[in-house]
Design a protein around this ligand. Sequence first.
Ligand code: ADP
Length: 627
Amino acid sequence: MIERGREKERDYFLRILDIIEETVFVIDRDLRILDLSKGCLNRFIPHIEREKVIGKRCYEGLWGMGEVCEGCPVSSVFEKGEAARTERFFSLPDGTNRYFDIEWIPVFDEHGEVIRVIGDIRDITKRKEAEEKLAEIVDGSSIPTFVINNEHKITHWNTAVESLTGLKREEVVGTDRQWIAFYAEKRPVMADLIADKAPASKFKDWYGDKYKMSSLIEGAYEAIDFFPMMGGEGKWLLFTAAPLKDSEGTVIGAMETLQDITERKEAEEELKNAEEQCRTIFEHVLTPLCLIEEDDTISTVNKEFETLSGYSREEAVGKKWTEFVAPEDLEKVMNCYHNEKKEELPCCGFKFVGREGDITDVKVSIEHIPRRKIRVASLMDLTKLKREEELSAICEELKELDDMKKNFLNAAYHELRSPLTPIVGYASLLKCDELGDKQRDYVSNIEKYAEQLKGQINRMLELARIDGGEIAMTLEDVSISGIVNDVVKSFKPLWNDKEQTITTHAPEGIVVRGDKQKIIAIFTNLILNAIKYTNEGGRIDIMVEDRGEDIRVCVADTGIGIPEKHLPKIFERFFMVNTSLTRKSESLGLGLSIVKEYVKLHGGRIWATSEPGKGSKFFFTLLKKEI
Ligand code: ADP
């Protein structure tokens, strides 16, 4: 009963084969042909009769071969019960060469055993030939090109794309790793989107605004992008991907061509920068400039031109250049304008008419811009030039006067100082025992004030010497802690009197290559000021910090402080903040300006911070090595 049923089922199956147009055949485990479809006989092997083929081994009956085909998957299909696929090239008995794609489909009995295998043959000769042609085109092309199928597997990768990407075809053909040439992470390339017939939104997702539809190839897209991973410093690529279609118009893959446009992009970038630079120069140059078109109208002006003419840019643009020339000078400027001699720059002076009819004497030079029918006119304001020349003459005169003043003062300081020495000498001679207390006091006062006067004159002389560049430096290794301690000690009577506390933090061993007397003068001035401008019971801290290249010193006090508005001026000559303490002290406002010059001579900087009523901090630096 069961046997009969099976027979019937078989008959039914074979009858189907009799009528269907598909090219299929049925084989058993021994590869013997059990039957083959009408389509097989009609289209595929028309010269063979069914009866002559049935019972023969498929390789014999169908392809006329003497032995089983290499890599035949049929026994494995029987074993595993899984379909398989092979592609084969055959020279058929009728002498034709053909490619076939054969799908081997297992047929199971009710126990799940494979009882026969159906071979479904598809003639892919045309496709194969097309592929070979494509390979020829792609491989022969000098444009970097690759092709993928609609399973996204790379089928072609030509030599040009090998050298552009550095990836050999053996590494990528047959894989879907086309992204690896361009990106750090897996993502679709343009050919993948084309093969998927992706909608425009997908292109936007992956390429933003960088892509566009190709105007030349239907269904193709192109984009320009920078690929930082490519080459040493990245590459700019112009890439186009187009669909590959079979004879029925079905998309079977995509082809992508690449063009390395890095050099072009860099040249464009350079051009853009150059243009930008020209524009900036045009705008900021201190010469009035305007561009004149072929029809004599002005197309651009710069800021200086606006100032000279009194017209805003918008007003000036579009006007004829002749409108800016006084009628009596028009012919002269016209000649200059049309002077085509290349060897000399056309140049002439004329009266420039401004917005309000105002006249300025100018000189113009007109230059052609190469390859463009534009001229650039640059104007020189002669009135301004004259004014500048006058100013520079005045400057020269003032400098001469200043030099004369300096020379005079220098001489005067010397003259003033000379009589002081005998005054001090005679005063000390006068101090003999015969003098009464009152007279002795008078003489001491003469001595004291003469000394003070001598100190101030010496300072003025020192500044005059600094100005004249006559200052000499005697260099030696100077121990800073030694100086700090000596100066503080020398003023002990003063700060003791005012019951002030002085602390010093000056690590031993800090040595500066400098002029010892000048460094002493710096510390003396700052410490004396701190004592002078700090009330009784106040505190003074001196800190020296070794910073490697230089030292930084801070002299801080808790004194009267300096108002913020005066701080920037305190290092200027003769500047004093008007307080009862400055009025009381024998000040002239020269100390800090000398200190500043001395610090500068040692490659340093000086500055101060202060809070009125709370105190001041004076900072300065000195380079450790000589400059
Ligand atoms: P002076 O010989 O008058 O002290 P300086 O050049 O040394 O001249 O100082 C200029 C002015 O800066 C002083 O007159 C004083 O007003 C102010 N000054 C300097 N040092 C201090 C300080 N430590 N505290 C407050 N004011 C100061």
